[in-house]
Ligand binder design. Structure first.
Ligand SMILES: NC(=O)c1ccc[n+]([C@@H]2O[C@H](COP(=O)([O-])OP(=O)(O)OC[C@H]3O[C@@H](n4cnc5c(N)ncnc54)[C@H](OP(=O)(O)O)[C@@H]3O)[C@@H](O)[C@H]2O)c1
Length: 397
């Protein structure tokens, strides 16, 4: 919610959206890029085994993952569409790089991906970036993970499950803060009672807070893609329209307000646990003004807001906030017999957790631990996967 408020603040401080609107560039149609040269292709790894491509490497999150890769014994090749942003990062880290756009570039994508065992797709909003990469990994036979939290994107991937199985690749979306900790915790609590029918997840991202941006620009722009679509929730096994609920409670001596949010668990933990009713709440940090979702309904409105985000907001949470913040996640299941179970996770800051969880899963894939088709972290790697991220604790264990 805070990032939404930040957007609003920018919009108000900007005091003249109209002025900005007239200066927004129109999207230009992209003609197919030239085929990659033999020299470019020969520079890629000859044997795909153990090879990792990080696409979107120079974005806020891509950089965090790229900088941490060697801690996981991964020497990636970095990729992205803008050489002037990509090359300095690759040179600084001592990794190879390949410049590659997603638009209208299927053949080049397939040729490049054929040199890699897995791609970490870190370029979003995924509303625009997921499909071209997925079309290419299917043809190249390359495993795929991404960081999407956009539920319509996850649904589109789930719909292609059979195709991914036939290609003998694993496609695992949402391997970051959204949803590794929650999915693992949900699998854990679901195992505590018979036939759980309802799952409730509560996110408290202000559990231990530190001054500074809460979200990256990419996260905010991806959130706009959600705001611009009908909100859905998991009820009776189906995704149905959601009117966000509000819960008032007293916790730790404080009055708290919880707001229902469209977190990706409603897609992924349904696959991981089979629980047909899933609700996710977040501790409220502010109100969303009514005009924001309305503005986000149109392509033009989203472009205005995205431009404001890119022009005025910081790239993402500063390093000290990444090191010091903590979040608390509580998951509760119940069944038709009235049994209930609850468990809690304390995690490091969301982006720092994302850097680790993405690489942790990439490493597992390279070690041969993967299942074909659309997959979720808790289903393939189990409830304890998240405990391997430094700084995560669970109670009960
Ligand atoms: N699940 C989670 O917990 C989690 C955590 C962190 C991030 N994320 C998601 O990960 C994504 C990236 O986040 P971020 O923080 O790194 O954002 P960011 O700093 O804005 O970086 C976005 C990256 O995506 C690239 N990109 C965007 N559109 C593209 C396109 N059409 N074709 C090729 N490249 C494109 C950008 O390249 P250019 O600069 O060339 O545009 C940049 O490298 C977002 O969707 C965010 O929501 C999720």
């Amino acid at each position: 919610m805070r990032y939404i408020l930040a957007v609003v603040a920018v919009a108000i401080l900007g005091a003249g959206i109209g002025l900005y609107v007239v200066t927004l560039p129109d999207p230009v149609p992209v003609s197919p890029p030239a085929p990659l040269s033999d020299a470019q292709l020969e520079a890629l790894p000859a044997d795909r085994e153990g090879q990792v491509l990080i696409y979107g490497a120079y974005g806020f999150t891509g950089q965090g993952i790229s900088r941490l890769a060697e801690d996981y014994e991964i020497t990636p090749v970095l990729a992205g569409r803008n050489e002037s942003k990509l090359r300095p990062l690759a040179e600084e880290l001592g990794f190879d790089y390949v410049v590659l756009s997603l638009e209208n570039n299927h053949d080049n994508l397939v040729k490049v991906l054929s040199h890699f065992e897995i791609v970490l797709h870190i370029a979003g909003p995924y509303t625009y970036t997921a499909k071209p990469m997925l079309d290419a990994v299917v043809e190249a036979g390359t495993h795929y993970v991404d960081l999407t939290g956009e539920n319509h994107v996850i649904q589109a991937q789930l719909d292609r499950d059979e195709e991914f199985r036939r290609a003998n690749i694993m496609v695992m979306p949402a391997v970051g803060y959204d949803v590794v900790p929650t999915d693992c915790l949900n699998v854990f609590v679901a195992q505590q009672i018979d036939k759980p029918s309802h799952l409730q997840v509560i996110l408290d991202s202000s559990y231990k807070d530190v001054e500074g941006a809460q979200a990256s620009r990419g996260t905010m722009k991806s959130a706009l893609e959600m705001l611009g679509r009908p909100l859905l929730e998991r009820r009776g096994g189906k995704m149905v329209p959601m009117t966000p609920k509000v819960i008032h409670r007293k916790e730790d001596g404080r009055d708290q307000t919880l707001i229902q949010i469209p977190w990706a668990d409603m897609m992924t933990s349904y696959v991981s646990t089979g629980i047909p009713n899933i609700e996710v709440f977040q501790l409220q940090a502010g109100e969303i003004p009514g005009w924001l979702p309305r503005l986000a309904q149109s392509d033009f409105g989203r472009r205005v807001l995205a431009w404001l985000i890119d022009s005025y907001l910081p790239e993402g949470p500063p390093p000290n906030a990444q090191e010091q913040r903590q979040t608390r996640i509580t998951s509760t299941v119940r069944n038709e017999s009235g049994e209930e179970a609850t468990a809690e996770l304390i995690t490091p800051e969301a982006y720092l957790l994302t850097f680790h969880s993405t690489l942790l899963i990439a490493k597992r894939v390279l070690e041969g631990e993967w299942s074909p088709g659309f997959q979720t972290p808790g289903k393939v790697y189990g409830a304890d996967l998240v405990l391997e991220v430094p700084g995560v604790s669970r109670s009960p264990m």
